[in-house]
Design a protein around this ligand. Sequence first.
Ligand code: HEC
Ligand code: HEC
Ligand code: HEC
Ligand code: HEC
Ligand code: HEC
Ligand code: HEC
Ligand code: HEC
Ligand code: HEC
Length: 361
Amino acid sequence: MCKKQLIALLSGIFLCVSVKAQATIAVEKCMICHGKPELKRVDAAGKVHYLFVNLKVLKASVHAKKVCTDCHADVTVIPHTQKPKRVNCQRCHYKGNPQGAPQIDKYMEYEKSVHAQEVRKGNPKAPVCQDCHGNHDVRKTKDPLSHVFKNNVPETCGRCHMEEYAQYRHSIHGTALLDKGIMDAPSCTDCHGEHLILRHTNPQSPTYATRIVKTCAHCHEAVNIVGKYGINVEQVETYERSFHGIAVKFGEKTVANCASCHGVHNILPPEDPHSTVYIKNIPKTCGKPNCHPGANINFARGKIHVNPEKKSAGIIYWIALFFKILTASVLLGLIIHIAMDLYRRTQEYQQKKKEFKEMEE
Ligand code: HEC
Ligand code: HEC
Ligand code: HEC
Ligand code: HEC
Ligand code: HEC
Ligand code: HEC
Ligand code: HEC
Ligand code: HEC
């Protein structure tokens, strides 16, 4: 067979295929090329992209029953001449879809997130669905192999947010979750939300200055969450009763919230020398230029989270007790005073009445 004939034959096959392609192209057809481990393309920057597709991975995913063109819908002829566009997962994942994709509103919130806003602005670095969920290996959330399974979330987000990831990884929360397997410890999404991630400067965000307390309190107020690990659950209450806590309730954003003292991604137990609330670091933490400039070691002497009702609060307990007794005795004195006064007045009145009567007689 000569070369010309071969080309004619091949294009004949491809023609056939391209006619059939109006509907879907069989997986096997794509695999003729994409089943070859050596298939690759080199981009303008010289970077090599391997184009081998492992069918086993797809078959083990939630999309096992889908064919290539269900997602790569713009590949309608083979060989395909143009580089296929990025997959749009929302072709199927929308409310009321006939494809059988789960009908839940939750992921629709992505549209309002900072990520979707950035995508709409044309930021090529901002994530679409597959940047968090994976490509051919999308799995159910509860599957430990899913990119969005709780333990894998930090790494999934960390691919793009490396600085935050690096800090978090060494924090008490990061080591608790990733090294000790404490599922009660937060991953990124426990503080930021899952699909509805907003900028921390957005007042709706759970990381907005005046809302952080509530975000930490969700776990740190709960005996059944942090109480289990021997951590004091009074921290939230003592904070809320403090000057800082009261000011924050009035919407004051510049006053210290949990994160101002403890840090955010780098939170460590107070006895760790790297903690922002380690005794020697307190002057620096409290002494930030916009907080208490010039704070010295004396600043650190008193306890910060104090429950004045407990003897462990030291001098504060005794002062509180003194004031309680003082207030009570002042009140008691006042009541006795009023009672005695009333008694005297009634006595006087009775006396006067008697005198009047006597005078009338
Ligand atoms: C004749 C071989 C061949 C067949 C058949 C084929 N492809 Fe490709 N495909 C390629 C080559 C070669 C590239 C790289 C193109 C380039 O350099 O941009 C590619 C690129 C792609 C890409 C883009 C990957 C990337 O990031 O650059 C996708 C997606 C893709 N193919 C999907 C499919 C699907 C789906 C089918 C079946 C409907 C299919 N291909 C059938 C050869 C083939
Ligand atoms: C559930 C949807 C889905 C299905 C089904 C699917 N893909 Fe993909 N594929 C993706 C996503 C998402 C990407 C990542 C690139 C992007 O964002 O579009 C991708 C990437 C690719 C790439 C680029 C190389 C890579 O691995 O990143 C090739 C080639 C490809 N797909 C071919 C195929 C072939 C062949 C099939 C059928 C066997 C298939 N795809 C089935 C969603 C899918
Ligand atoms: C052709 C339609 C279609 C496309 C395109 C599609 N999906 Fe799906 N997806 C489905 C269907 C159907 C299911 C339900 C599968 C099942 O339960 O057996 C599903 C299930 C899922 C689930 C599991 C939900 C759960 O908890 O049960 C996730 C996560 C998911 N898809 C994400 C994606 C992502 C990310 C993309 C883009 C890369 C995508 N899907 C593209 C149809 C689609
Ligand atoms: C910034 C990362 C991120 C992006 C982008 C993202 N997701 Fe998710 N998604 C998650 C995380 C994390 C979870 C796990 C939620 C949990 O633990 O309950 C999740 C869960 C899901 C679930 C399962 C919901 C459930 O309750 O079982 C579906 C379905 C889903 N996402 C679809 C999508 C779709 C469709 C898109 C694109 C419109 C998308 N996601 C974009 C991170 C993301
Ligand atoms: C314990 C709660 C918590 C956890 C866990 C957490 N964050 Fe944050 N994150 C916050 C708070 C609060 C802010 C706002 C900080 C501020 O006000 O400066 C923030 C800010 C951010 C910012 C914006 C930083 C800036 O200055 O622009 C990014 C990005 C971010 N976090 C990503 C992540 C990632 C990725 C992870 C997981 C590896 C993560 N966060 C884990 C609470 C958390
Ligand atoms: C594909 C990369 C990518 C992934 C994956 C990703 N992000 Fe982002 N994220 C971005 C980009 C880009 C921005 C916009 C940055 C900017 O403009 O400052 C952003 C913005 C943010 C912001 C707002 C920062 C601020 O100014 O307060 C937060 C918070 C955030 N991401 C958290 C997360 C979390 C949590 C995850 C994982 C569930 C995640 N991101 C996954 C790329 C990504
Ligand atoms: C999803 C639940 C959760 C959230 C949200 C959370 N934490 Fe935690 N935190 C924990 C758990 C669980 C531990 C215990 C880890 C261990 O013992 O290894 C912990 C430990 C700590 C510790 C160390 C206590 C000690 O003495 O060892 C500090 C400090 C702390 N968290 C502060 C915060 C602050 C501040 C926030 C908000 C910015 C926050 N946490 C948000 C669950 C949470
Ligand atoms: C003004 C600074 C400041 C603020 C605001 C603050 N803390 Fe603390 N926190 C400290 C210091 C200092 C310690 C070390 C021990 C002490 O003084 O009680 C500490 C200790 C802790 C501990 C460790 C308790 C233990 O049992 O080991 C936790 C947990 C904690 N704080 C959580 C929080 C939470 C949650 C908030 C917000 C509701 C918060 N903190 C607000 C300074 C602060």
